[in-house]
Design a protein around this ligand. Structure first.
Ligand SMILES: [Zn+2]
Length: 466
């Protein structure tokens, strides 16, 4: 009797444990089935039918994001995206100002090739350059661009099937429009470009996000850096008066900039939540980057466009692929590599048929051998034409006429504070070698196009000369 009771108890207990295991197993299979995370290789040409969202933040320094090591907690939502994405720690923009940099992203051509280096209104992205939006048009995707900087009206957004432009509109309003567009259009395959302007100066006050007083003196850079002033005639080489802020003042200016990043991050979080609720994160590739950074006196100036130091050309890059575990990528890449990467995800044609200057990042994402290439950037924004070339641990910054601006070991000297040019003859040899082998040309080849009056007005209001 006693034994029977005991065996009955044991049977009951055993069947309870078995049932518990079955329940756990079923729940596990359900979760895995719903959101499988693969660590397998990403195959070429295997993403047709997936949507693509390319987010370009204007004036966002990589080193002001938590996922790139920033100490201030201002980017929780971007950092969360980074955790789920391939994050490229050493990404460089092809230019240090908007029109030139974003033309390079959408066309995978260097500024020396698309010829947009200065603010001359004739420098537009010409129709003969094949763009990301045209690639997706050919695949019968709906293509839409939401953008807030008039520089994108210079051919950069050519041939999108839908365009929404409002100069300097804040990200809360932009994402309201994007969400309502997606409500009506996400049944079709889409390629969406969203460009946000928040971190670009003036650094607006946002209650609940800004840590500085509303009336801070350091919200607009024009009063400290005459190159920023509209029509003042200052150039990067002859900047006139630069007001050098003391440590406390500069910290307040940087905190104003950070307030804009925090506000932007909140609105990105709202957008990512929307994508999750609509199950779009299951079939949408997200690419997150910026056009250039911002200077805060690291090399004697403010704002952007004038130089090619890393505070301006080191930018964030993350690629989110649904159901694939991302990884940290330390190899050097360029923003001109974004378009070739998309082609390799969506097309089986050889990249060479597209005549692009970037390379696909797929081998890096798959942790396969990848030959690092030289990284080129250029600008002639309000000044003389300059180039930078990164090769190995070294970075050369030079005027197009050959006059060297600086030569740095960027592995040991991340802040580019020790100019090694002329230090010894070995270095001079290396500089000469880089200059000779980089084949950067300096020809201008413009076609004219009339830019509408509204765009010119918007540019002036943002502090750009026309
Ligand atoms: Zn910009």
């Amino acid at each position: 009797m006693k034994t029977n009771k005991k065996s009955k108890y044991l049977r009951k207990r055993f069947s309870f444990i078995i049932t518990l295991f079955i329940v756990i197993f079923v729940v596990f299979i359900y979760i895995i089935g719903k959101n499988p995370i693969k660590t397998t290789k990403i195959r070429e040409n295997s993403y047709s039918g997936f949507n693509v969202i390319l987010i370009i933040i204007d004036t966002l320094r990589a080193d002001h994001l938590g996922c790139y090591g920033y100490s201030r907690s201002i980017s929780p939502n971007i950092d969360l995206l980074a955790k789920k994405s391939f994050i490229f720690y050493n990404t460089y923009s092809a230019s240090s100002w908007t029109r030139s940099a974003i033309a390079s992203i959408v066309s995978s051509k260097l500024p020396t090739e698309h010829k947009i280096t200065s603010e001359n209104k004739k420098e537009i992205l010409r129709k003969e350059f094949f763009t990301i939006q045209e690639f997706f048009n050919q695949m019968n995707y709906t293509t839409a661009a939401f953008y807030t900087n008039p520089h994108l009206n210079f051919g950069v957004t050519q041939n999108f099937s839908y365009k929404y432009f409002k100069g300097n509109e804040e990200s809360n309003l932009v994402y309201d429009k994007v969400i309502s567009w997606l409500d009506n259009n996400s049944n079709n395959n889409f390629f969406l470009l969203v460009h946000n302007m928040d971190p670009h100066d003036p650094y607006d006050f946002h209650p609940g996000f800004s840590s500085t007083p509303k009336r801070s003196r350091y919200r607009t850079l024009g009063r400290f850096f005459s190159v920023r002033k509209n029509g003042a005639g200052s150039t990067c080489e002859n900047p006139g008066k630069i007001i050098i802020l003391n440590k406390t003042q500069l910290a307040e200016m940087i905190a104003n900039y950070d307030g804009e990043i925090k506000f932007l991050d909140y609105n990105l979080g709202r957008f990512f939540d929307y994508l999750r609720r609509k199950s779009l994160l299951d079939n949408t590739i997200i690419i997150f980057t910026s056009d250039h950074g911002e200077e805060f006196l690291e090399h004697g100036g403010y704002w952007h466009g004038c130089t090619l130091y890393n505070e301006l050309i080191h930018v964030p890059l993350m690629i989110y692929i649904p159901h694939v575990r991302g990884r940290k990528v330390m190899e050097r890449v360029s923003t001109i590599d974004i378009f070739p990467t998309l082609i390799s995800l969506f097309d089986n044609k050889s990249l060479s048929e597209y005549n692009l200057s970037g390379v696909s990042l797929l081998p890096l994402m798959n942790n396969e051998p990848f030959k690092e290439k030289e990284i080129f950037s250029a600008t002639a924004f309000r000044g003389a034409l300059k180039y930078s070339v990164i090769r190995g641990d070294y970075k050369l910054i030079t005027y197009a006429n050959g006059t060297i601006i600086g030569f740095y070991n960027i592995k040991e000297d991340k802040k580019e504070s020790k100019n090694l040019a002329n230090v010894n003859s070995d270095l001079l040899d290396l500089i000469n070698h880089i200059q000779k082998t980089t084949k950067i040309e300096n020809k201008k080849n413009f076609k004219t196009k009339n830019i509408d009056k509204e765009t010119l007005k918007q540019l002036k209001s943002l502090g750009y000369l026309t």
